[in-house]
Write a protein that binds this ligand. Structure first.
Ligand SMILES: NC(=O)c1ccc[n+]([C@@H]2O[C@H](COP(=O)([O-])OP(=O)(O)OC[C@H]3O[C@@H](n4cnc5c(N)ncnc54)[C@H](O)[C@@H]3O)[C@@H](O)[C@H]2O)c1
Length: 255
């Protein structure tokens, strides 16, 4: 337990599970009071939870009013809620495209739009958007997801420009492969999950895939005074995966 975020009120969207939950737990362990906003309730946790659908402006306003009225002025906003879909471009339905954009991109916009006016500028407020390495380079059949995450990175730069003069720092974290339900869905569809996992690990110079707390700890740093000169950045937390060029499997790095 550290006290880097002592006295801060943080909201974490999509914090009922996975990366968002780890961010919330890491922030609590650093002294913040955290309110999780999610469509689904949080289970087996002492974290404070309130209903939130980030796609719906009324729900966003209700959540932010609830938080400020019951807990005080928000100084950390973490836009983490996100969904992923797989569709070949020509099979991608407009409804599914719009849904991905609504959660992944409209959500952070709405949350920032309604939180910023209530942020206490004396508290050195911060916004942290969870983007993705897929906002930089990606996988087949991910047009909506990749476009939405590239959008999150662009939104981060734009917010940093507009909100810097108000003393609000804005950064994005671009996670690589993190062990969560969202990614497990990929592995579940494969015939040989163990082989897939071994090959996956080989893509990472660091020698392992990530845990939700790897993102949580980065978020704590970005929310703390230790990163006071950092804004407008997309911080890749991906075990070096994008630093390494892929090679045909015939090339074995042991040789
Ligand atoms: N897991 C990874 O490897 C990985 C990699 C890169 C980026 N990300 C990003 O990290 C974030 C979290 O991913 P995760 O793996 O923890 O996902 P997850 O599916 O495990 O959790 C997502 C959470 O968001 C909530 N949510 C979904 N729609 C919502 C809405 N409209 N309003 C409020 N809450 C909503 C869900 O109920 C869930 O609790 C996402 O933005 C994702 O794109 C994840």
């Amino acid at each position: 337990m550290t006290n880097q975020l002592e006295g801060k009120i943080a909201i974490v969207t999509g914090g009922s599970q996975g990366i968002g939950r780890a961010i919330a737990e890491c922030m609590v362990n650093s002294g913040a009071k955290v309110i999780v906003g999610d469509k689904k309730p949080i289970e087996n946790s002492n974290l404070c939870w309130h209903l939130l659908d980030v796609t719906d402006e009324t729900s966003v306003k209700d959540f932010i009013n609830y938080t400020t009225n019951n807990h005080g002025s928000i100084s950390i906003l973490v836009n983490n809620a996100g969904i992923m879909t797989n569709s070949a471009l020509i099979d991608q339905s407009v409804d599914e495209w719009d849904k991905v954009m609504a959660v992944n991109l409209r959500g952070p916009f709405l949350m920032a739009k309604h939180t910023v006016p209530l942020m206490d500028t004396f508290q050195s407020p911060v916004i942290i958007n969870i983007g993705s390495i897929e906002g930089i380079s990606g996988n087949p059949n991910h047009s909506a997801y990749m476009a939405s995450k590239a959008g999150v990175h662009g939104l981060t730069a734009s917010m940093a420009i507009d909100l810097g003069p108000k003393g609000i720092r804005v950064n994005a974290i671009a996670p690589g492969w993190i062990e969560t339900d969202l990614n497990q869905g990929y592995l579940n569809d494969l015939p040989n999950q163990e082989t897939a996992k071994k090959e996956l690990v080989k893509l990472h110079p660091i020698g392992h895939i990530g845990k939700p707390s790897d993102i949580g700890n980065t978020a704590v740093w970005l929310a703390s005074a230790q990163s006071r000169f950092v804004t407008g950045q997309v911080i890749r937390v991906e075990g070096g995966r994008m630093s390494q060029l892929s090679l045909p499997s015939i090339f074995n790095r042991e040789h």
